[in-house]
Ligand binder design. Structure first.
Ligand SMILES: NC(=O)CC[C@H](N)C(=O)O
Length: 434
């Protein structure tokens, strides 16, 4: 069988290829030399499969797509407090290069506009690094997201630095308000280097997939940043990633995203995949015209909007039966699927409604594939309360979904790590469950 997804990607690329509106960014002379016809798209799944079509290995300049990743490194290296003291998280509704700060706090509004990104650049790596050491931390960190060593394009860097008056103005303003504490020129130089890293569409999709995969690169398995950092970064991408088009993007496409003026665009779908596209012509907001069209298609064709309400999860309570009678009676609750708060609430209600009076209650989770922290605590609390009421509670958990079940004070639980079939036999042979 021919694989489906590359065929789909080719089809969508062909559909957007005729769009030739928009302009290549020309405020950085070296960018203006890019081939406007380049077009590529890649999907990278959280388990490391990569699908692409078009110019997936052509390198271009990362530009603003470096911003969420450097913000992630700064959060990871300095902690949330120091970062939030210096850079806000409010969508600005402004252009990427707006010269503005928050009125009350003097902070840049968010790390996706240049003012916030220049500040985040200055906060990457531990305090006190020299400029080259900080740059090395950034190159190493972004390379870890991509899963290969990335290089800076020196020509673009020089070209952008010669025309960096606006970013220099922003940095001087930041220095004036005490947000930057070092030489503004040096920080802008570093920020421009960060923006001049060369990436392919494939690299960008892997970087996005690393965010989608809770900070773990799906191919190298390296934990690049921790989960709390990923949540912060994805939230900021969702609200501020597309600058003054962020609201339209959030409602129509609904994928945490970031664009760059060289024509790259990434989207990260938590737990599913990283998406990247490349096409250099930009709209008035500085977002790739064909890139936006591609993402519109991806989102609607495949239901990728993060606010899409998922189909109601399958009943977590598969069955609730009693076997045997009198002192031999056992109530068996068979649970299934993935259990989070709402599923755990359903289980609590099931137990309350059926008010088990049998001497034994079996909670069979052999068909449960995942249980999050709150659901695990709720299930163990059910076990604790039942056991305090004098019932023997048996947890059937062959896959060790709950590795070390501790029902807490006064509770007790018998764990059976055997298969369903064994349990069925045991349920008949009541003696063995005692
Ligand atoms: N939107 C972007 O990609 C802008 C990045 C570019 N280096 C700048 O600061 O102007």
């Amino acid at each position: 069988m021919r694989p489906l997804i590359p065929d789909y990607l080719h089809e969508v690329l062909a559909a957007v290829a005729p769009k030739t509106s928009g302009e290549i960014a020309s405020y950085i002379p070296e960018l203006a030399t890019a081939d406007p016809e380049r077009l590529g798209a890649v999907f990278a799944t959280v388990d490391g499969e990569v699908y692409g079509a078009g110019d997936v290995d052509v390198e271009f300049i990362i530009q603003s797509i470096s911003k969420p990743f450097v913000y992630a490194l700064a959060l990871s290296d300095r902690g949330f407090g120091p970062l939030l003291d210096k850079v806000g998280v409010e969508p600005s509704g402004e252009a990427f290069n707006e010269i503005s700060l928050e009125r009350d706090t003097g902070r840049p509004r968010n790390p996706m506009i240049n003012a916030g990104a220049i500040t985040a650049h200055s906060l990457a790596g531990p305090e006190g690094l020299r400029a080259e050491e900080r740059m090395e931390r950034i190159v190493q960190g972004l390379s870890a997201f991509a899963g290969r060593r990335l290089e800076v394009d020196a020509r673009v860097c020089a070209s952008e630095m010669e025309n960096a008056h606006r970013n220099l103005a922003i940095a001087h303003m930041l220095r004036n308000y005490g947000i930057l504490s070092e030489d503004p020129r040096g920080v802008v130089d570093g920020y421009i280097r960060q923006c001049a890293l060369l990436v392919s569409t494939r690299d960008l999709a892997m970087m996005a997939a690393t965010l989608a995969n809770r900070g773990v690169n799906p191919l190298s398995n390296e934990q690049v940043v921790d989960q709390a950092v990923v949540r912060q970064v994805l939230s900021v991408m969702a609200t501020c990633g597309m600058y003054d088009a962020a609201g339209d993007w959030a409602t129509q496409i609904g994928i945490p995203a970031k664009s760059g003026v060289a024509g790259g665009l990434i989207g990260a779908l938590p737990g599913q995949l990283g998406i990247a596209s490349f096409s250099p012509r930009l709209d008035a907001h500085g977002n790739s015209v064909r890139g936006v069209s591609l993402f519109e298609r991806f989102s609607s064709d495949m239901g990728l909007h993060v606010m899409e309400v998922p189909p109601t999860a399958r009943e977590v309570v598969r069955s609730n039966r009693v076997r045997g009678e009198g002192s031999e009676a056992t109530r068996i609750l068979r649970l299934q699927g993935g259990i989070r708060f709402a599923g755990a609430e359903r289980i609590v209600r099931e137990v309350l409604d059926s008010a088990p009076s049998e001497p034994r209650v079996v909670l069979d989770i052999s068909l449960v594939h995942s249980i999050d922290d709150v659901a695990r605590r709720m299930l163990l609390e059910v076990a604790r309360r039942l056991s305090l009421d004098g019932q023997q509670v048996i947890l059937v958990d062959p896959e060790s979904i709950i590795p070390d079940p501790d029902p807490g004070e006064g509770g007790s639980i018998t764990v059976v790590r055997e298969s369903e079939e064994t349990l069925n036999l045991m349920a008949v042979d009541h003696g063995r469950l005692r």
